[in-house]
Design a protein around this ligand. Structure first.
Ligand SMILES: Nc1ncnc2c1ncn2[C@@H]1O[C@H](COP(=O)(O)OP(=O)(O)OP(=O)(O)O)[C@@H](O)[C@H]1O
Ligand SMILES: [Mg+2]
Length: 266
């Protein structure tokens, strides 16, 4: 039987900042339709890994391929056009644009609002399409009441939600989310979980950096665990608390204590 088509293939990726080797020999693949949790202690390299895959940081070694095509030399906007969107751990927003304008500006360069702005033949219909899509996404992520506020005036949690809206504006096939629920109220967290599960049911593949074990258990089909720039585990969420290398990564040997913590949170 033939194996499924690999969507994302990361092979032997290395990244250093000066003498700080942040990623080493990082290899994994993601199949279409997966929801992969990316876990690891603070500073283990999770955001850096997202940055290298999405073109915000150049890799020193290795390769990244999306649908069989190398993307590791592409710029961030080319990677968005290829179909991968992302959110940021600490989103910052412009002061002069409203929430609605920020969402519309995130429509893809070829089909959306940017085309209208720079007059490259995009039509009024494209602008209307971006407007309609932004309205729907802002509604789904409960941002309609603040759509006319300056984006910089949003709370930290609301900026996270607007980051998700922006990522979805270009109809990506894959989204990488960096701690989407950190600082978000539990009620709203539920809405994010529901929204992500619905997007996945519609065919979207997700990779999610997350510390919250409830979220991981509920949402993710598989987890990849980073420790000091190395992948130490790739397993189902329910296997995390019995994985020695995961326990070692989180508490450096105090395995029983960590297992209890992971089970408590689950
Ligand atoms: N642009 C940069 N320049 C220099 N060092 C960096 C840069 N970005 C990240 N680092 C370093 O890389 C290491 C990993 O950082 P990273 O942000 O990837 O960790 P993380 O796993 O996302 O942590 P957290 O859970 O706290 O968000 C840290 O030592 C950090 O200081
Ligand atoms: Mg991070």
């Amino acid at each position: 039987m033939s194996s499924p088509i690999t969507l994302l293939e990361v092979q032997s990726v290395a990244k250093a900042f000066g003498g700080n080797q942040v990623l080493q020999e990082v290899s994994f693949s993601i199949q279409p339709g997966e929801i992969v949790g990316l876990l690891g202690p603070n500073g283990s390299g999770k955001s850096t890994l997202l940055n290298t895959i999405t073109g915000f940081e150049a890799i020193d070694n290795g390769s990244v391929a999306y649908r069989g095509k190398r993307i590791d030399k592409m710029s961030a906007y080319q990677i968005v056009d290829a179909g991968i969107a992302r959110t940021f751990q600490l989103p910052s927003m412009p002061t002069k644009m409203s929430v609605m304008e920020v969402a519309m500006a995130a429509a893809t360069s070829h089909h959306g609002f940017w085309g209208t702005l720079i007059g490259t033949g995009a039509t009024r219909a494209a602008e209307q399409e971006a407007c309609d899509k932004a309205s729907v996404l802002l509604h789904e992520l409960l941002l309609t009441p603040v759509r006319n506020l300056p984006a910089s005036a949003l709370s930290g949690g609301q900026k996270k939600l607007l980051g998700i809206v922006c990522a979805l504006m270009g109809n990506p096939q894959m989204v990488m989310l960096d701690e989407p629920t950190a600082g978000v109220h539990p009620n709203l967290r539920r809405d994010i979980v529901t929204a992500l599960q619905r997007l996945n049911q519609q065919g979207m593949t997700l990779m999610i950096v997350e510390h919250d074990m409830h979220f991981i258990r509920e949402v993710c089909t598989r987890c990849i665990v980073l420790d000091r720039g190395h992948i130490v585990a790739s397993c189902r969420p329910d296997e995390l608390s019995s994985n020695e290398r995961v326990l070692q990564a989180y508490l450096g040997g105090h395995g029983a204590e960590t297992a209890a913590t992971l089970e408590e949170q689950a």
